[in-house]
Design a protein around this ligand. Structure first.
Ligand code: G2I
Length: 443
């Protein structure tokens, strides 16, 4: 039954209470657990976000960073001969300040190339010169500062044939060996990888990659590792994942899980988050079990910094932290796999704010309070609007708004949130200009 609670707009705002997002602050950070196992736990990052809570978590929990976009060709050389290293430099500096590795990503790809390059018409000699120059310039800039480079990205089709790209079409398959050779000349200490997606299990594509690595090794081409991106779907970790990691390791190369995320159809539910945690654990356990699997990088650590909703309509919630930086069951699964404690600490209840629907002047919002390893007998949720939003009506909670500050407390019938349970309330509000999601605190 959906009840409409009384809205008392004039009441004073309640003091905001302890933040749900910091509920796990006392845990051993993932990076310490990983280091004790000799593994890397990394995340892709966006340079402009590396402050506040995002920066705190990125610095505290991970021992490796991968620039999500900052080192791609279109970012670093948007027009020919004009370089922009600002975001890449910033991420490398942040990593150094936090004693973290950096994975360079990526030197040779068919996507995110600048228009001048992608739309130009080049002779093979010109194309080869451009590629050599790009690799030499970028790798030299970060020489000695990066642990690894994803030198070549996504070279194969699903059936194991070479993808038709600017590089393959212009230079033939040997562009891969050349790229590795040039990168090695520019920074002999960086580990050089070939990276791809849908190569997590044993299949036609991963077998083509396997055969390529084998032949590169036989020719003495500098290849140190294979990156398995692992953009996975809920409940679909390939059953041959560990076996596949092992067969690459047996070729004498390292393996890294480079872009892990596990997407689900929205909205997320407790059952889906539990399945997701199991999937994260399966991936982590496979890497932990194989000595030459150096570690796992997640492709964004928070649902507020993930590519999934932009690309897969109706899907999301793919990362270990929710959009308000509260750790999800997947976070705990990673910790458990790395040898952390298996029971969540007390106080692991979190509140998640989302916009359910929005029209020209109004929107319907929702807050979900979920508990894991903890429970509540009453609750208050607060947030501060940043863009003049104004609540007009709430249901399944009593909400007051004073200025920008909103405080909502449970209705008479839904104060109890059991361990493993959740409660949701909703509201209507007005907005104009923009409608950013506020940071929500739970008490
Ligand atoms: O597509 C997911 C990943 C697959 N493997 C290679 C990765 O490099 C790739 O990363 C994603 C980034 O996470 C996205 O952030 O690559 C996308 C492009 O293929 C990135 O998306 C782009 C958007 O398409 C642009 O509109 C946007 O300007 O991100 C740009 C910067 O935010």
């Amino acid at each position: 039954m959906r009840l409409t609670a009384v809205f008392t707009g004039a009441a004073a705002a309640a003091a905001l209470l302890a933040a749900g997002a910091t509920a796990h602050a006392a845990d051993t950070p993932l990076r310490d657990l990983a280091a004790a196992k000799g593994k890397v736990i990394g995340t892709a990052v966006t340079g402009s976000k590396l402050t506040g809570t995002y920066g705190d978590i990125a610095g505290a929990q991970f021992n490796s960073l991968t620039p999500g976009n900052a080192m791609k060709w279109e970012t670093v050389e948007p027009s020919r001969g004009t370089f922009n290293w600002a975001e890449a430099d910033q991420i490398v500096a942040f990593a150094q300040a936090h004693n973290q590795q950096v994975r360079g990503h990526t030197l040779v790809w068919h996507s995110q190339n600048p228009g001048w390059l992608a739309n130009g018409s080049w002779t093979p000699t010109e194309l080869s010169g451009l590629l050599q120059n790009h690799i030499t310039t970028e790798v030299t800039r970060y020489k000695g500062k990066l642990a690894a480079w994803d030198v070549v990205n996504e070279a194969f089709n699903e059936d194991g044939t070479y993808r038709s790209t600017l590089w393959y079409n212009g230079l033939g398959s040997d562009y891969i060996a050349q790229a590795l050779t040039w990168a090695h000349a520019a920074d002999p200490s960086a580990k050089l990888y070939i990276n791809d997606y849908n190569v997590e299990g044993v299949n036609a594509k991963s077998t083509a990659l396997y055969n390529l690595v084998k032949s590169l090794k036989a020719r003495g081409v500098p290849i140190d590792g294979v990156g398995l991106q692992a953009h996975l779907i809920l409940g679909q970790v390939p059953s041959t994942f560990q076996q596949n990691i092992q067969r690459f390791a047996d070729l004498g190369v390292d393996v890294a899980v480079t872009e892990l995320d596990i997407r689900m159809q929205l909205p997320s539910t407790d059952a889906k988050l539990t399945q997701q945690a199991a999937d994260y654990k399966t991936v982590m356990d496979a890497c932990v079990a194989v000595t030459r699997c150096v570690g796992v990088t997640v492709w964004g650590f928070t649902d507020s910094d993930s590519w999934i909703p932009d690309v897969f309509d109706g899907y999301g919630a793919a990362t270990p932290y929710d959009e308000n930086y509260a750790p999800k069951p997947a976070y705990r699964a990673i910790a458990t796999s790395l040898g952390g404690t298996s029971t969540p600490p007390t106080g692991a209840c979190t509140a998640t704010y989302s916009v359910v629907s929005q029209w020209n002047s109004g929107f319907t919002g929702q807050v979900r309070i979920a508990c894991s390893g903890a429970s509540l007998s009453s609750w208050k949720v607060g947030w501060t609007y940043g863009a003049g939003q104004q609540i007009s009506q709430a249901w399944n909670a009593t909400c007051t708004q004073s200025g920008a500050t909103v405080s909502c407390s449970n209705a008479s019938y839904n104060g109890t949130v059991a361990d493993g349970g959740s409660v949701t309330f909703g509201f209507n509000a007005s907005w104009s200009g923009s409608n950013p999601v506020p940071t929500v605190t739970l008490g």
